[in-house]
Design a protein around this ligand. Structure first.
Ligand SMILES: [Zn+2]
Length: 1008
């Protein structure tokens, strides 16, 4: 009995152990032939699959990723489309790729296998008999791959340059959370089982090949050494012919040799095998000694001849990358590291075990960063085989940390970001920006506007911008911040412990956390619970500084959303003299600096923390305003410098009918990282009115919580001429003008998402309008509540808006006795745009509008109603748009229209209706003719008690809804005859010129 219990306990503990960490093993033997005439591979594969899990298996899932390129319905095809990349969507037969001729056998017997129902690049092999825990099977199949165009994604060929990646049938990972069968994606990487590879490649003899693993073929080793000697000689003897410049494509391929060669590579403990073949390759060979074991690793660089200047020091980059990553994380355990020059469309470079492929780099500086980054993936991807698809930050982010550290270590005074602006940096005031700033500005740009996404998110859910700004940049910054907090020595110990425990394995986020927490002895909840899974933002402020006779007490307030550690620096005459860290803790904490000669304190003086708002980080002893940095006024624009309160100026000119030309200066502080308080002041002098004109916008914006993009509290003001109250061409009398003041509160809700993006926005406006002509003086107060919703997915673009406007006017004209009025209007607009012809980006747009007056008291004035197509400023009572001649009743400037209300493209003699208007508009983008389309408008409105139906159609030329010109062809009789006087045809041609939303902040939010 007792024995039974012991056995049972043993069994239970054994099972419990097995439910924990395990990993499967896959050992491949592949022979493959490249046919460079029809760009195909013919191969035969055999892999041993060892079931190390505690469970018996009756099927295995296998990736057939060349099928991702088969048509535009694959996950890859859909993702590329969503990223606005049409390379597979419209690829011809010759440019697409696939895998076929498969005939899977298990242990020599035929088996049933089938393609996944949803993804043709995944298949399931049903085993004839169950694969028990601890047992193995041998799976074999022939295969044929058609190589796609290298312009689509990572696998393919560009002419006779071959990038052979994700090319063979490969089992998906089975781990403690089950199967990870996944379709191939361009944005989203890999997760593979560790094992060994034995690969024999047959191809024409004059190809130079770079591949994963150790080359076993003596004749090929000799061939590569000869190539390396020849290239080295060309450098020493200056024999390179400068046929082309540093960049550019060389498409002249030597004729392929009739003779074939077979070369064999082997490698243990890797999870993928890639190879690259090009007859044009130059070869550089080097060697690096590893820092810990002193073992020597052979390094290679292969590149096309016309890149010989750019790649001259490539071996140095490969060597230094291998050295530093080994030093900080653990020695490189393989024998070769290779960087090859390739034309790939997936980013600047791509990593595979032992070998990386590098896309076109613009400079040596850029090439070094890309090579080091890709070489670094041998650790974060290669050795530490995390699930890149689900936790992309674990490889890209940790790798970016090491890449940033590499540049900082090798070039402590680098200005790499400024250097990459090709001499423009000082002209746009972006000088002195280093490699760390590149990530800092990228993240801040996204976070400042609240359009960021969390670090922990599925790869396919990121917008393209955030895949870079968050997965790479933010994670890199966050772990650099952790490194600074722990100190280099302790951080290295943490990373080396992580490496020791997890290399050749599949670490998950909790494994990384546990490893660092155990080694450092710190609770890292602020990092792993707050920063990584959410968009919570870090923000600390210096509240006060109090000196006593021995030192100074600095009070720090956590004004952000993360309870993180914070670094405080004490300065004396411009230099950091002491640094202290405050542990994660209270909302408010203090830190004491001994010594009384400090003249300045700053949170994070070296800009190391990922903190989008650094404007509250400083305290100066000197002066009255201790927290204010000195003003720096520069031309045009630039970055937000820690040491200054930056502002910019630029001369501007304006034009409209009443002011004629206006000249002035615009001052603003729009920059990155974004300021919470932003202003644009544009005072101008109106030549037409000989008076002041211009506009000023002020706003305070913040990102309050996870699901908000941004809340803004702001004030828009403007004053221009409006031409009313006086004969328009009077040369002597002062012309009419207006002041419009609009305080507002604007809520933007909904974070960006890659596959579909829903944006909600609620805006509350107050309006104060003062209009002054010689004959009258109008005052109006009013307000609007506007809710808008936008949704975009693939070919569908939907937007809607519900709006309530309240007007309370006091019209002080001598004409009317009781000129006061009070009006409440409601309106709803729905717009649907369908991309009906994807290839040519042609669309059809349908719009519907409904306007209803809810209350009308007092003096009846047509401009507070709804118009079919706008008349003398009636469509813009709150002066929200810039108009060239808002109160013109004839002439060119009277024909500017606004895309609102009835939306008619032609003019109309009908006034507005103060009760009800229904309208529908159609715009059909004509195929083959860019920007040109047909329009049709239809409206029903209450025309002084008579419901009247009107319609028109014509031809329009337009660019989005910003610029357009419309020519009517047909109008319904009542519309045509609605004028008291005869209207010439040219007076019916109308134009749109919408200058709203053209400021940098709005553009950034639209684009990202
Ligand atoms: Zn990377």
């Amino acid at each position: 009995m007792k024995n039974y219990i012991v056995l049972l306990l043993l069994f239970l503990s054994f099972n419990a152990f097995n439910q924990g960490y395990f990993q499967q093993e896959v050992n491949y033997t592949i022979s493959v032939t490249l046919n460079d005439q029809d760009n195909t591979l013919s191969g035969y594969e055999s892999f041993e699959y060892i079931n190390n899990s505690g469970q018996a298996m009756d099927a295995i899932y296998v990736h057939l990723w060349p099928n991702a390129y088969k048509n535009n319905k694959t996950a890859l095809g859909k993702q590329l489309y969503n990223m606005n990349d049409m390379s597979l969507e419209f690829a011809g037969e010759g440019d697409r790729g696939w895998i076929d001729s498969l005939n899977f056998q298990v242990n020599g017997e035929d088996v049933k296998w089938n393609y996944d129902e949803e993804h043709i690049d995944i298949c399931k092999i049903n085993l004839n008999s169950v694969l028990q825990s601890g047992q193995k099977i041998v799976v074999t199949t022939p295969f044929k791959v058609k190589l796609p165009s290298g312009d689509i994604s990572r696998m393919g060929h560009v002419g006779e340059s071959y990038q052979i990646t994700q090319w063979y049938p490969k089992p998906a990972v089975f781990d403690q959370s089950g199967w990870h069968a996944m379709p191939y994606l361009t944005q989203g990487e890999f997760y593979s089982e560790f094992g060994s590879f034995d690969v024999s490649i047959t191809l024409p003899k004059n190809y130079v090949v770079g591949a994963t693993g150790d080359l076993q073929t003596e004749s090929e080793i000799a061939f590569l050494n000869e190539c390396a000697q020849r290239t080295a000689d060309k450098y020493t003897k200056g024999e390179f012919q400068d046929r082309k410049t540093l960049r550019g494509g060389d498409t002249d391929f030597p004729v392929s040799s009739n003779e074939m060669k077979t070369i064999r590579y082997t490698q243990n403990n890797v999870h993928d095998f890639a190879w690259f073949a090009d007859k044009r390759f130059e070869v550089l060979k080097g060697e690096v000694e590893l820092p810990h074991s002193k073992r020597k690793v052979t390094t290679w660089a292969m590149f096309v001849t016309h890149h010989h200047q750019l790649w001259a020091d490539a071996i140095e980059y490969v060597n230094d990358g291998t050295y530093y990553y080994s030093l900080w994380n653990g020695d490189y355990p393989y024998n070769n590291v290779t960087a090859v020059d390739g034309t790939i469309s997936a980013g600047g470079g791509m990593e595979y075990p032992n070998i990386t492929v590098i896309g076109n780099a613009g400079s040596k500086e850029e090439l070094e960063v890309v090579i080091v980054h890709e070489v670094g993936h041998n650790w974060f991807y290669g050795l530490l085989g995390s699930n890149e698809r689900d936790h992309a930050w674990m490889d890209e982010g940790l790798n970016t940390l090491n890449e940033m550290r590499y540049i900082e270590t090798k070039y402590p005074k680098n200005e790499r970001l400024s250097d990459m602006m090709m001499g423009m940096a000082d002209k746009v005031h972006l000088e002195h920006l280093d490699h760390h700033d590149m990530s800092d500005l990228t993240y801040s740009l996204s976070a400042g506007y609240g359009i960021d996404q969390p670090i922990e998110l599925h790869s396919d859910d990121y917008t393209s911008v955030n895949y870079g700004a968050i997965v790479y940049s933010k994670t890199g910054l966050v772990f650099t911040y952790l490194k600074d907090y722990l100190g280099d020595t302790l951080f290295d110990k943490c990373m080396q412990a992580y490496y020791d425990e997890w290399h050749y394995k599949h670490p998950q986020p909790q494994d990384l956390r546990k490893s660092i927490e155990t080694t450092s002895g710190k609770d890292l909840g602020w990092l792993f619970d707050d920063i990584i899974p959410t968009t919570a933002q870090i923000d600390f402020a210096i509240k006060k500084v109090k000196y006593d006779d021995k030192g100074a007490t600095v009070t720090i307030k956590n004004t952000g959303q993360v309870d993180a550690p914070v670094r405080v620096d004490a300065y004396f005459s411009g230099k950091i003299r002491a640094t202290k860290w405050i542990e994660p803790g209270e909302k408010k904490s203090t830190v004491y600096f001994e010594g009384t000669n400090y003249d300045k304190f700053r949170i994070d003086g070296d800009k190391r923390m990922p903190e989008p708002n650094r404007n509250n980080n400083s305290w100066h002893k000197k002066g009255l305003c201790h927290k204010y940095e000195p003003l720096k006024l520069e031309f045009l624009g630039g970055d937000n410098e820690l040491e200054y309160t930056n502002a910019w100026y630029t001369p501007i000119i304006g034009v409209n009918k009443y002011d004629k030309f206006m000249v002035g200066v615009m001052f603003h502080n729009t920059t990155i990282p974004k300021n919470k308080f932003e202003y644009t002041l544009a005072p101008m002098f109106s030549i037409g009115r000989k008076n002041v004109a211009g506009f000023a916008n002020l706003s305070y914006s913040w990102v309050p919580a996870k699901n908000f993009r941004m809340i803004s509290l702001g004030l828009n003001t403007k004053t221009f001429g409006n031409g009313i109250g006086i004969a328009p061409d009077s040369a002597t009398a002062p012309r009419g003008f207006y002041y419009a003041v609009q305080p507002y509160l604007d809520f933007k809700i909904g974070k960006p998402a890659a596959k579909s993006f829903a944006k909600h926005r609620l805006r509350l406006n107050g309006n104060f309008i003062y209009e002054n002509g010689t004959l009258f003086e109008n005052k109006m107060i009013g307000g609007s509540a506007i809710y808008s919703f936008k949704y975009k997915k693939r070919v569908h673009d939907f937007s809607s808006e519900i709006r309530f406007d309240y007007y309370n006017g006091s019209l002080n004209t001598p004409i009317t006795a009781t000129p006061d009025l009070s009006v409440l209007n409601a309106q709803a607009e729905v717009k649907y745009k369908l991309l009906y012809w994807k290839r040519k980006k042609e669309y059809v747009e349908i719009r519907a509008f409904f306007g209803q007056n809810l209350m009308y008291q007092g003096f009846l004035d047509s401009r507070y109603g709804f118009a079919l197509g706008g008349q003398s400023g009636t469509m813009d009572v709150f002066y929200e748009n810039y108009m060239m001649g808002r109160n013109e009743i004839d002439g060119l400037w009277s024909n500017q229209r606004i895309e609102n209300q009835g939306g008619f493209k032609t003019v109309s003699g009908f006034g507005t209706t103060t009760t009800q208007l229904v309208a529908a508009n159609l715009f059909f983008d004509l195929p083959y003719i860019p920007f040109v389309g047909l329009f049709a408008d239809f409206g029903v409105f209450d025309n002084a008690g008579v419901m009247t139906t009107v319609y028109d159609f014509g031809v329009g030329i337009r660019v989005a809804d910003k610029i357009g010109i419309y020519f009517p062809i047909y109008e319904s009789d009542n519309l045509k005859n609605s004028f008291a006087v005869d209207v010439k045809y040219y007076n019916k041609i109308r134009f749109t010129l919408n200058l709203n939303g053209l400021n940098p902040g709005e553009i950034i939010q639209t684009v990202l």
